[in-house]
Write a protein that binds this ligand. Structure first.
Ligand code: PLP
Length: 389
Protein backbone atom coordinates (compact mmCIF):
# COMPACT_ATOMS: atom_id res chain seq x y z
CA UNK A 1 0.00 0.00 0.00
CA UNK A 2 1.48 3.32 -0.95
CA UNK A 3 2.09 5.81 1.81
CA UNK A 4 -0.70 8.19 0.97
CA UNK A 5 -3.59 5.79 0.89
CA UNK A 6 -6.25 6.19 3.55
CA UNK A 7 -7.13 2.85 5.09
CA UNK A 8 -10.64 2.75 6.54
CA UNK A 9 -11.22 -1.00 6.36
CA UNK A 10 -10.04 -2.01 9.81
CA UNK A 11 -12.92 -4.42 10.47
CA UNK A 12 -11.53 -6.49 7.58
CA UNK A 13 -8.07 -6.46 9.09
CA UNK A 14 -5.62 -4.12 10.79
CA UNK A 15 -2.03 -3.02 10.35
CA UNK A 16 0.39 -4.94 12.56
CA UNK A 17 1.65 -2.76 15.40
CA UNK A 18 5.41 -2.09 15.18
CA UNK A 19 5.96 -3.52 18.67
CA UNK A 20 4.13 -6.69 17.62
CA UNK A 21 6.41 -7.03 14.57
CA UNK A 22 9.44 -6.55 16.76
CA UNK A 23 8.27 -9.17 19.24
CA UNK A 24 7.61 -11.58 16.39
CA UNK A 25 11.05 -10.95 14.84
CA UNK A 26 12.58 -11.88 18.16
CA UNK A 27 10.63 -15.15 18.32
CA UNK A 28 11.54 -16.04 14.74
CA UNK A 29 15.09 -16.66 15.91
CA UNK A 30 13.82 -18.90 18.71
CA UNK A 31 12.43 -21.52 16.39
CA UNK A 32 12.40 -24.42 18.82
CA UNK A 33 9.28 -26.54 19.20
CA UNK A 34 7.29 -25.46 22.26
CA UNK A 35 6.50 -29.11 23.01
CA UNK A 36 10.20 -30.08 23.24
CA UNK A 37 11.45 -30.81 26.73
CA UNK A 38 14.90 -29.23 26.39
CA UNK A 39 15.70 -25.76 27.59
CA UNK A 40 15.01 -23.99 24.28
CA UNK A 41 11.70 -25.82 23.96
CA UNK A 42 10.77 -24.78 27.47
CA UNK A 43 11.60 -21.17 26.58
CA UNK A 44 9.23 -21.34 23.58
CA UNK A 45 6.60 -22.86 25.84
CA UNK A 46 6.99 -19.99 28.28
CA UNK A 47 6.42 -17.46 25.48
CA UNK A 48 3.17 -19.22 24.66
CA UNK A 49 2.01 -19.25 28.27
CA UNK A 50 2.93 -15.56 28.68
CA UNK A 51 0.85 -14.75 25.62
CA UNK A 52 -2.05 -16.82 26.93
CA UNK A 53 -1.99 -14.86 30.19
CA UNK A 54 -1.95 -11.49 28.38
CA UNK A 55 -4.97 -12.51 26.32
CA UNK A 56 -6.79 -13.92 29.35
CA UNK A 57 -6.22 -10.62 31.09
CA UNK A 58 -7.63 -8.68 28.14
CA UNK A 59 -10.77 -10.84 27.94
CA UNK A 60 -11.27 -11.05 31.71
CA UNK A 61 -10.98 -14.84 31.97
CA UNK A 62 -10.11 -16.76 35.12
CA UNK A 63 -6.75 -18.47 35.25
CA UNK A 64 -8.31 -21.93 35.29
CA UNK A 65 -10.56 -21.31 32.28
CA UNK A 66 -9.38 -22.79 29.01
CA UNK A 67 -8.10 -20.52 26.29
CA UNK A 68 -7.17 -22.62 23.29
CA UNK A 69 -5.08 -21.19 20.44
CA UNK A 70 -6.54 -21.76 16.99
CA UNK A 71 -5.82 -20.55 13.46
CA UNK A 72 -8.32 -17.69 13.89
CA UNK A 73 -11.91 -16.70 14.46
CA UNK A 74 -13.18 -19.05 11.77
CA UNK A 75 -11.62 -22.11 13.40
CA UNK A 76 -12.73 -21.06 16.89
CA UNK A 77 -16.32 -20.73 15.67
CA UNK A 78 -16.15 -24.06 13.84
CA UNK A 79 -14.81 -25.75 16.98
CA UNK A 80 -17.78 -24.60 19.07
CA UNK A 81 -20.37 -25.86 16.59
CA UNK A 82 -18.49 -29.08 15.92
CA UNK A 83 -18.49 -29.69 19.70
CA UNK A 84 -22.28 -29.70 19.61
CA UNK A 85 -22.38 -33.01 17.74
CA UNK A 86 -21.23 -35.00 20.77
CA UNK A 87 -22.90 -32.58 23.20
CA UNK A 88 -26.21 -33.32 21.49
CA UNK A 89 -25.66 -37.06 21.94
CA UNK A 90 -24.72 -36.60 25.60
CA UNK A 91 -27.33 -34.04 26.60
CA UNK A 92 -30.15 -35.02 24.28
CA UNK A 93 -30.96 -31.41 23.36
CA UNK A 94 -31.14 -30.77 19.63
CA UNK A 95 -31.79 -27.07 18.95
CA UNK A 96 -29.23 -24.41 18.16
CA UNK A 97 -30.20 -20.73 18.04
CA UNK A 98 -28.14 -18.11 16.19
CA UNK A 99 -28.85 -14.53 15.17
CA UNK A 100 -29.46 -13.67 11.54
CA UNK A 101 -26.47 -11.33 11.45
CA UNK A 102 -23.71 -13.71 12.52
CA UNK A 103 -20.43 -14.03 10.63
CA UNK A 104 -20.54 -16.71 7.89
CA UNK A 105 -18.20 -18.90 9.95
CA UNK A 106 -21.01 -19.17 12.52
CA UNK A 107 -23.90 -19.43 10.07
CA UNK A 108 -22.28 -22.09 7.90
CA UNK A 109 -20.98 -24.08 10.91
CA UNK A 110 -24.49 -24.05 12.36
CA UNK A 111 -26.03 -25.20 9.07
CA UNK A 112 -23.56 -28.08 8.94
CA UNK A 113 -25.09 -29.38 12.19
CA UNK A 114 -28.35 -30.04 10.35
CA UNK A 115 -26.58 -33.00 8.73
CA UNK A 116 -26.19 -34.49 12.21
CA UNK A 117 -29.83 -34.18 13.19
CA UNK A 118 -29.73 -30.81 14.95
CA UNK A 119 -32.23 -28.06 14.27
CA UNK A 120 -31.17 -24.44 13.63
CA UNK A 121 -33.37 -21.51 14.57
CA UNK A 122 -32.57 -17.99 13.44
CA UNK A 123 -33.12 -14.97 15.64
CA UNK A 124 -34.43 -11.78 14.06
CA UNK A 125 -32.84 -8.42 14.76
CA UNK A 126 -34.47 -4.98 14.86
CA UNK A 127 -33.73 -2.08 12.50
CA UNK A 128 -30.59 -1.24 14.49
CA UNK A 129 -29.34 -4.82 14.44
CA UNK A 130 -30.28 -5.75 18.02
CA UNK A 131 -31.48 -9.25 18.74
CA UNK A 132 -35.21 -9.37 19.44
CA UNK A 133 -35.08 -10.47 23.09
CA UNK A 134 -38.84 -11.07 23.41
CA UNK A 135 -38.71 -13.41 20.44
CA UNK A 136 -35.63 -15.07 21.84
CA UNK A 137 -37.45 -15.84 25.09
CA UNK A 138 -40.21 -17.50 23.09
CA UNK A 139 -37.80 -19.60 21.04
CA UNK A 140 -35.81 -20.83 24.07
CA UNK A 141 -36.96 -24.15 25.44
CA UNK A 142 -35.65 -27.22 27.24
CA UNK A 143 -34.30 -28.59 23.94
CA UNK A 144 -32.12 -25.54 23.25
CA UNK A 145 -28.57 -26.85 23.33
CA UNK A 146 -26.65 -23.75 22.25
CA UNK A 147 -27.25 -20.07 21.60
CA UNK A 148 -24.70 -18.14 19.56
CA UNK A 149 -24.90 -14.37 19.30
CA UNK A 150 -21.95 -12.15 18.39
CA UNK A 151 -20.85 -9.50 20.86
CA UNK A 152 -20.41 -6.88 18.12
CA UNK A 153 -21.27 -7.00 14.45
CA UNK A 154 -18.53 -6.59 11.84
CA UNK A 155 -20.65 -4.73 9.28
CA UNK A 156 -22.74 -2.30 11.31
CA UNK A 157 -21.00 -2.36 14.71
CA UNK A 158 -24.09 -3.07 16.82
CA UNK A 159 -23.25 -4.44 20.28
CA UNK A 160 -25.61 -7.06 21.73
CA UNK A 161 -26.86 -7.46 25.29
CA UNK A 162 -25.05 -10.79 25.82
CA UNK A 163 -25.50 -10.67 29.60
CA UNK A 164 -29.26 -10.70 29.15
CA UNK A 165 -29.03 -13.50 26.59
CA UNK A 166 -26.94 -15.55 29.04
CA UNK A 167 -29.35 -14.90 31.90
CA UNK A 168 -32.34 -16.12 29.88
CA UNK A 169 -30.42 -19.09 28.47
CA UNK A 170 -29.33 -20.33 31.88
CA UNK A 171 -32.96 -20.87 32.86
CA UNK A 172 -32.91 -23.74 30.35
CA UNK A 173 -29.33 -24.90 30.96
CA UNK A 174 -28.55 -23.73 27.45
CA UNK A 175 -24.90 -23.21 26.47
CA UNK A 176 -23.98 -19.74 25.20
CA UNK A 177 -21.31 -18.82 22.66
CA UNK A 178 -20.37 -15.32 21.58
CA UNK A 179 -18.19 -14.42 18.61
CA UNK A 180 -16.21 -11.54 20.11
CA UNK A 181 -13.79 -11.10 17.19
CA UNK A 182 -14.92 -7.54 16.46
CA UNK A 183 -15.48 -6.57 20.08
CA UNK A 184 -11.95 -7.45 21.18
CA UNK A 185 -9.97 -4.29 21.78
CA UNK A 186 -12.95 -2.07 20.93
CA UNK A 187 -15.42 -2.85 23.71
CA UNK A 188 -14.66 -3.19 27.40
CA UNK A 189 -16.01 -6.57 28.47
CA UNK A 190 -15.04 -9.59 30.47
CA UNK A 191 -16.06 -13.13 29.60
CA UNK A 192 -16.64 -13.77 33.31
CA UNK A 193 -18.98 -10.82 33.64
CA UNK A 194 -20.84 -11.73 30.44
CA UNK A 195 -21.18 -15.31 31.70
CA UNK A 196 -20.66 -16.93 28.28
CA UNK A 197 -19.50 -20.55 28.00
CA UNK A 198 -17.50 -20.04 24.80
CA UNK A 199 -16.06 -16.92 23.15
CA UNK A 200 -14.17 -16.47 19.90
CA UNK A 201 -11.20 -14.16 19.29
CA UNK A 202 -8.81 -13.32 16.47
CA UNK A 203 -5.47 -11.48 16.54
CA UNK A 204 -5.54 -9.71 13.19
CA UNK A 205 -8.38 -7.38 14.15
CA UNK A 206 -6.30 -5.93 17.02
CA UNK A 207 -3.09 -5.09 15.14
CA UNK A 208 -1.77 -8.62 15.60
CA UNK A 209 -0.81 -11.25 13.01
CA UNK A 210 -3.21 -13.13 10.74
CA UNK A 211 -3.88 -16.84 11.08
CA UNK A 212 -3.98 -16.92 14.86
CA UNK A 213 -6.98 -16.81 17.17
CA UNK A 214 -8.27 -18.23 20.39
CA UNK A 215 -11.31 -19.89 21.86
CA UNK A 216 -12.33 -19.28 25.45
CA UNK A 217 -13.97 -22.37 26.96
CA UNK A 218 -15.49 -22.37 30.44
CA UNK A 219 -14.00 -25.14 32.52
CA UNK A 220 -16.96 -27.53 32.65
CA UNK A 221 -18.60 -27.28 29.22
CA UNK A 222 -18.52 -29.81 26.36
CA UNK A 223 -15.78 -29.42 23.76
CA UNK A 224 -14.37 -31.74 21.11
CA UNK A 225 -11.36 -31.13 18.88
CA UNK A 226 -11.57 -30.42 15.17
CA UNK A 227 -8.02 -31.67 14.59
CA UNK A 228 -6.81 -35.02 15.85
CA UNK A 229 -3.35 -36.43 16.19
CA UNK A 230 -1.67 -33.84 18.36
CA UNK A 231 -1.47 -33.59 22.12
CA UNK A 232 -1.13 -29.81 22.07
CA UNK A 233 -3.60 -27.64 23.99
CA UNK A 234 -4.59 -30.62 26.16
CA UNK A 235 -5.51 -32.53 23.00
CA UNK A 236 -8.08 -29.88 22.09
CA UNK A 237 -6.12 -28.50 19.13
CA UNK A 238 -3.40 -30.60 17.57
CA UNK A 239 -0.54 -29.20 15.51
CA UNK A 240 2.89 -27.74 16.29
CA UNK A 241 2.52 -24.42 18.05
CA UNK A 242 2.85 -21.31 15.90
CA UNK A 243 4.94 -19.71 18.63
CA UNK A 244 5.68 -16.58 16.63
CA UNK A 245 2.04 -15.77 15.86
CA UNK A 246 0.90 -16.66 19.38
CA UNK A 247 3.54 -14.39 20.87
CA UNK A 248 2.48 -11.62 18.47
CA UNK A 249 -1.14 -12.07 19.56
CA UNK A 250 -0.03 -11.77 23.20
CA UNK A 251 1.92 -8.59 22.47
CA UNK A 252 -1.07 -7.09 20.60
CA UNK A 253 -3.29 -7.94 23.60
CA UNK A 254 -0.87 -6.22 25.98
CA UNK A 255 -0.84 -3.06 23.86
CA UNK A 256 -4.64 -2.96 23.66
CA UNK A 257 -4.93 -3.48 27.43
CA UNK A 258 -2.50 -0.61 28.00
CA UNK A 259 -3.87 1.89 25.45
CA UNK A 260 -7.56 1.05 25.40
CA UNK A 261 -9.00 4.23 26.93
CA UNK A 262 -6.87 6.68 25.03
CA UNK A 263 -7.35 4.98 21.66
CA UNK A 264 -11.09 4.51 22.12
CA UNK A 265 -11.65 8.22 22.77
CA UNK A 266 -9.59 9.28 19.74
CA UNK A 267 -11.20 6.76 17.41
CA UNK A 268 -14.71 7.69 18.57
CA UNK A 269 -13.97 11.38 17.94
CA UNK A 270 -12.80 10.64 14.41
CA UNK A 271 -15.85 8.47 13.73
CA UNK A 272 -18.12 11.27 14.96
CA UNK A 273 -16.29 13.77 12.76
CA UNK A 274 -16.84 11.48 9.77
CA UNK A 275 -20.47 10.82 10.65
CA UNK A 276 -21.35 14.48 11.24
CA UNK A 277 -19.46 15.53 8.12
CA UNK A 278 -21.33 13.02 5.97
CA UNK A 279 -24.72 13.92 7.46
CA UNK A 280 -24.17 17.67 7.03
CA UNK A 281 -22.64 17.60 3.55
CA UNK A 282 -24.60 14.83 1.83
CA UNK A 283 -28.41 14.65 1.68
CA UNK A 284 -30.44 11.42 1.84
CA UNK A 285 -28.16 9.28 3.93
CA UNK A 286 -28.95 6.80 6.66
CA UNK A 287 -26.57 5.65 9.38
CA UNK A 288 -26.92 1.91 9.93
CA UNK A 289 -26.65 0.11 13.24
CA UNK A 290 -27.31 1.21 16.77
CA UNK A 291 -26.91 4.87 17.66
CA UNK A 292 -26.26 4.02 21.32
CA UNK A 293 -24.52 0.66 21.48
CA UNK A 294 -22.10 0.42 18.64
CA UNK A 295 -18.39 -0.11 18.01
CA UNK A 296 -16.57 3.22 18.27
CA UNK A 297 -14.68 2.62 15.04
CA UNK A 298 -17.49 1.51 12.73
CA UNK A 299 -19.71 3.62 10.51
CA UNK A 300 -22.04 1.96 8.02
CA UNK A 301 -23.88 4.43 5.80
CA UNK A 302 -26.58 4.03 3.18
CA UNK A 303 -26.42 6.66 0.44
CA UNK A 304 -29.83 6.43 -1.18
CA UNK A 305 -29.61 6.14 -4.92
CA UNK A 306 -25.90 5.34 -5.07
CA UNK A 307 -24.51 1.87 -5.53
CA UNK A 308 -22.12 0.33 -2.98
CA UNK A 309 -19.52 -1.15 -5.32
CA UNK A 310 -19.42 2.04 -7.42
CA UNK A 311 -18.83 4.14 -4.31
CA UNK A 312 -16.12 1.76 -3.15
CA UNK A 313 -14.32 1.88 -6.50
CA UNK A 314 -14.63 5.65 -6.82
CA UNK A 315 -13.19 6.09 -3.33
CA UNK A 316 -10.47 3.54 -4.10
CA UNK A 317 -9.56 5.62 -7.14
CA UNK A 318 -8.98 8.55 -4.80
CA UNK A 319 -6.86 6.43 -2.45
CA UNK A 320 -9.54 5.77 0.16
CA UNK A 321 -10.06 2.13 1.13
CA UNK A 322 -13.44 1.08 2.50
CA UNK A 323 -15.71 -1.89 2.01
CA UNK A 324 -19.34 -2.46 1.12
CA UNK A 325 -20.21 -4.91 3.82
CA UNK A 326 -17.74 -7.45 5.01
CA UNK A 327 -14.51 -8.38 3.24
CA UNK A 328 -15.87 -11.89 2.74
CA UNK A 329 -18.92 -10.57 0.88
CA UNK A 330 -16.79 -8.41 -1.39
CA UNK A 331 -16.33 -11.00 -4.11
CA UNK A 332 -19.93 -12.07 -4.29
CA UNK A 333 -22.74 -10.04 -5.74
CA UNK A 334 -25.05 -11.36 -3.05
CA UNK A 335 -26.37 -8.53 -0.90
CA UNK A 336 -25.11 -8.42 2.67
CA UNK A 337 -27.23 -10.66 4.91
CA UNK A 338 -26.68 -8.19 7.75
CA UNK A 339 -28.03 -5.19 5.84
CA UNK A 340 -30.91 -7.32 4.55
CA UNK A 341 -31.76 -8.38 8.13
CA UNK A 342 -31.89 -4.80 9.48
CA UNK A 343 -33.85 -3.37 6.55
CA UNK A 344 -36.57 -5.99 6.09
CA UNK A 345 -34.82 -7.10 2.94
CA UNK A 346 -34.66 -3.67 1.28
CA UNK A 347 -32.22 -4.21 -1.63
CA UNK A 348 -31.53 -0.47 -1.80
CA UNK A 349 -30.01 -0.53 1.68
CA UNK A 350 -28.14 -3.76 1.00
CA UNK A 351 -26.68 -2.50 -2.27
CA UNK A 352 -26.30 1.20 -1.43
CA UNK A 353 -24.16 1.11 1.67
CA UNK A 354 -20.52 1.38 2.56
CA UNK A 355 -18.66 0.62 5.74
CA UNK A 356 -15.95 2.85 7.11
CA UNK A 357 -13.96 1.17 9.88
CA UNK A 358 -11.28 3.15 11.67
CA UNK A 359 -8.24 2.32 13.78
CA UNK A 360 -5.74 4.06 16.05
CA UNK A 361 -3.64 4.82 12.98
CA UNK A 362 -6.21 7.09 11.33
CA UNK A 363 -5.86 10.86 11.63
CA UNK A 364 -8.12 13.91 11.57
CA UNK A 365 -6.49 15.00 8.30
CA UNK A 366 -7.46 11.70 6.69
CA UNK A 367 -11.09 12.06 7.75
CA UNK A 368 -11.16 15.65 6.48
CA UNK A 369 -9.80 14.47 3.14
CA UNK A 370 -12.53 11.81 2.91
CA UNK A 371 -15.15 14.47 3.65
CA UNK A 372 -13.79 16.57 0.79
CA UNK A 373 -13.83 13.87 -1.84
CA UNK A 374 -16.98 11.98 -0.86
CA UNK A 375 -19.75 14.55 -1.67
CA UNK A 376 -18.82 14.98 -5.37
CA UNK A 377 -18.50 11.19 -5.76
CA UNK A 378 -22.00 10.63 -4.35
CA UNK A 379 -23.39 13.47 -6.48
CA UNK A 380 -21.91 12.01 -9.62
CA UNK A 381 -23.05 8.45 -8.90
CA UNK A 382 -26.56 9.61 -8.05
CA UNK A 383 -26.81 11.51 -11.29
CA UNK A 384 -26.34 8.20 -13.20
CA UNK A 385 -28.62 6.23 -10.97
CA UNK A 386 -32.04 5.00 -11.95
CA UNK A 387 -33.11 4.42 -8.36
CA UNK A 388 -32.61 7.99 -7.07
CA UNK A 389 -35.49 8.87 -4.79
N1 PLP B 1 -16.12 -13.39 13.25
C1 PLP B 1 -16.23 -12.10 12.92
C2 PLP B 1 -17.31 -11.28 13.52
C3 PLP B 1 -15.34 -11.52 12.01
O1 PLP B 1 -15.47 -10.24 11.68
C4 PLP B 1 -14.32 -12.33 11.45
C5 PLP B 1 -13.36 -11.78 10.45
O2 PLP B 1 -13.75 -11.19 9.48
C6 PLP B 1 -14.25 -13.68 11.83
C7 PLP B 1 -15.15 -14.17 12.73
C8 PLP B 1 -13.21 -14.61 11.24
O3 PLP B 1 -11.96 -14.44 11.86
P1 PLP B 1 -10.64 -14.95 11.13
O4 PLP B 1 -10.39 -14.03 9.98
O5 PLP B 1 -9.58 -14.85 12.19
O6 PLP B 1 -10.89 -16.35 10.71
Amino acid sequence: MSMNRIYLDNNATTKIDDSVSKAMDYVEKHYENASSMHESGRRSRKMIEDARLSIKKLIGANEDDKLVFTSGGTESNNTVFHSMISAYKELGKNEVVISKIEHPSVIESAKELENYGLKIRFLDVDAEGRVDIARFEKILNKNTLLVSVMLANNEIGTIQDIKKIVKLSKKHQTLVHSDAVQALGKVRFSVEDLGVDYATFSAHKIHGPKGIGALFIRSDVPVSPLLFGGHQENCLRGGTYNTQAIYGFGEAAKIVTRDFNEDAVRIRRLRELLKEGICSRIPDVKINGSQDDSLDNTLSVTFWGAEGESMLLALDNEGVEVSTGSACAAFGTKPSHVLMAISNGDPEVAHGSIRFSLSKYNTKEEIERVLEILPPIIDRLRSFSTVRR
